[in-house]
Design a protein around this ligand. Structure first.
Ligand SMILES: Cc1cc2nc3c(=O)[nH]c(=O)nc-3n(C[C@H](O)[C@H](O)[C@H](O)COP(=O)(O)O)c2cc1C
Length: 288
């Protein structure tokens, strides 16, 4: 029996993200149990950028629910991640978790190449902004093997299944999860499958998912990409991902070396501006 975790990014109960995850689960033919985790129910604090979670065997110093979420991701065989588009991006529940990504490296053994599918639900066709990129980047950061990712449309809770089209999308994602990586029919990066690019001039582009650059040409009116595979490909394999952690650890040493000079730069800005403080809390933790 396989274990699948549905990470639901929307705070809305029985909203489109939740029912999409459940529909995908219904359509998975492999025997499995579905565990669900609504990110909004968990206290995930903003990363403080202290890098203290990076060395082997260490974990994040923040006292919150990250470790529960991480364990839930480690303890399953596959993941379904569904998030709503909020203001042209994946909502902040996913971003808060992504931002804690430095903590994922020390769980790479369990997370590496876990099959995963991603869904972004947007209310208005064409107004999803970079939601899909956020979902795909999240899957990359948690070191998962992205089998397929899709944007689907539906605004009101339940609306995604007012048409049969999204049931078909759920079926496709369900068969991709424990099957081969879904084939891409839209123009995409031949290295990572990303479909968001920055135009660098002279037909050069950079893929915003794997971060490597390449050339874009038009073939029969459709963009085709030839990427420069000699550039460092982000998280190409587990060793590369761990190299990234080592590089970050190296940055810490770099920081220690340059600390005095850096401090001198920062201190000149110390007195500038007036900080607005949050309201004080009462002993019960409520705002005054
Ligand atoms: C604060 C907020 C911002 C939103 N921004 C967008 C947006 O930029 N583009 C879009 O297509 N839909 C947007 N939507 C619509 C949601 O993506 C849509 O209703 C989706 O179905 C929500 O998923 P849920 O039912 O799982 O919560 C927004 C919704 C909210 C509440």
């Amino acid at each position: 029996m396989q274990k699948v975790l549905g990470l639901v990014g929307s705070p809305r109960k029985l909203g489109n993200c939740e029912i999409m995850v459940k529909e995908i689960s219904r359509q998975i033919t492999v025997p499995h149990e579905l565990n669900l985790l609504r990110l909004a129910d968990f206290n995930i604090l903003p990363c403080r950028g202290c890098y203290r979670c990076l060395p082997l065997g260490k974990q994040c110093v923040l006292q919150d629910d990250l470790i529960t979420v991480l364990r839930a991701m480690c303890d399953v065989d596959a993941l379904i991640v569904a998030v709503p588009a909020y203001f042209l991006s994946a909502n902040a529940c996913l971003k808060r978790l992504s931002d804690r990504g430095l903590s994922f490296y020390n769980h790479s053994e369990k997370l590496w190449h876990k099959p995963a599918v991603g869904i972004g639900v947007a209310g208005v066709a064409g107004k999803e902004g970079f939601t899909l990129l956020c979902v795909q980047s999240f899957l990359k950061l948690i070191l998962a093997q992205e089998k397929a990712s899709r944007i689907i449309y539906g605004a009101l809770p339940g609306e995604v299944f007012m048409s049969e089209k999204n049931k078909k999308a759920a079926a496709d994602l369900a068969s991709a999860l424990f099957g081969p990586v879904a084939q891409k029919f839209e123009p995409s990066c031949p290295v990572c499958g990303g479909d968001t690019f920055r135009f660098l001039g002279n037909n050069r582009v950079r893929c915003m998912l794997c971060s490597i650059s390449g050339n874009m040409t038009l073939e029969h009116g459709l963009p085709a990409f030839e990427m420069n595979r000699s550039e460092q490909i982000f998280f190409e394999n587990r060793q590369e991902a761990l190299k990234h952690r080592d590089w970050l650890l190296g940055m810490k040493n770099d920081f220690i070396e340059k600390k005095a000079v850096l401090k001198k730069i920062c201190m000149t800005y110390r007195q500038e501006g007036q900080w607005i403080q949050p309201p004080e809390k009462t002993p019960k933790g409520n705002r005054k």
